[in-house]
Design a protein around this ligand. Structure first.
Ligand code: URA
Length: 235
């Protein structure tokens, strides 16, 4: 497919459009081994070999990353005060990446970062009811009555109660460990569900979203591209 050289490089995160245009005019880009100084030159991104500042640049229409979001960063593209999950991506990054869905600042775990709006919509759309599984530590002794309340839907202060959710108790004492599966993505949903049964979430980590399962070899803050298999299952 044909695309302007400056758009190709900007899409791939080489800089802003005007920075890239200036650099191209200064001779910093080559196409198929020849310096090209015209930003408007159209190239075929499937065939042409492009370098920028001496580095090969491969055009990819869609990108998909799985991140183990650490606590302390916000799930946003940019923020005036806080570090965002996109600030954790190294090197060049294209400008159209965004986190597909939000985790609270203090929540850890699975976050999909992509530029594929359609896929994100399919995963997040309330009508799709994609399962989201969380591991949580709770201040309080979580009981089978709590599990029954989760299973029948809880009033968490919204217009409608939460949809039935699965609460599995992994251990229960003064502090409890649980796994929760919800099918929606309301604001602070897991925390509000526990609040509604008089308990407090002290640690929350997302383990999976639909078919996508957090790669436990990723330390908090680390990320990797989705494998072909993960992508096939999501699509
Ligand atoms: N539920 C919450 O309360 N917080 C999250 O970050 C995700 C789900």
């Amino acid at each position: 497919m044909m695309i302007r050289l400056d758009k190709f490089l900007t899409d791939m995160g080489a800089g802003t459009r005007s920075e890239v245009k200036n650099s191209i005019r200064k001779g910093r880009a080559t196409v198929d081994g020849k310096v090209v100084k015209k930003p408007e030159v159209k190239i075929d991104f499937d065939i042409c070999k492009v370098t920028y500042n001496g580095e090969a640049v491969i055009y990819r229409k869609w990108e998909y990353y799985m991140m183990n979001k650490p606590a302390g960063v916000v799930s946003a593209v940019r923020d005036n005060k806080e570090r965002t999950v996109l600030d954790l991506l190294d090197g060049w990054k294209r400008k159209d990446l965004f986190p597909a869905g939000r985790l609270d600042k203090d929540t850890e775990g699975l976050l999909l970062i992509t530029n594929d709006g359609e896929l994100a919509h399919r995963m997040l759309s309330p009508g799709k009811h994609v399962d989201k599984v969380y591991y949580a530590r709770i201040a309080g002794n979580v009981s089978e009555e709590d599990a029954a309340a989760f299973a029948s839907g809880i009033d968490i202060g919204d217009e409608t109660p939460s949809l039935p959710a699965k609460l599995e108790i992994l251990s229960a004492d003064e502090f409890s460990e649980v796994r929760v599966t919800i099918h929606e993505g309301r604001y602070h949903q897991v925390k509000r569900m526990f609040q509604a049964v008089g308990k407090q979430v002290v640690y929350l980590k997302r383990i999976s979203m639909g078919s996508l399962v957090l790669d436990e070899s990723l330390a908090p803050g680390e990320y990797r591209e989705l494998t072909k298999e993960e992508l096939k299952q999501l699509c």
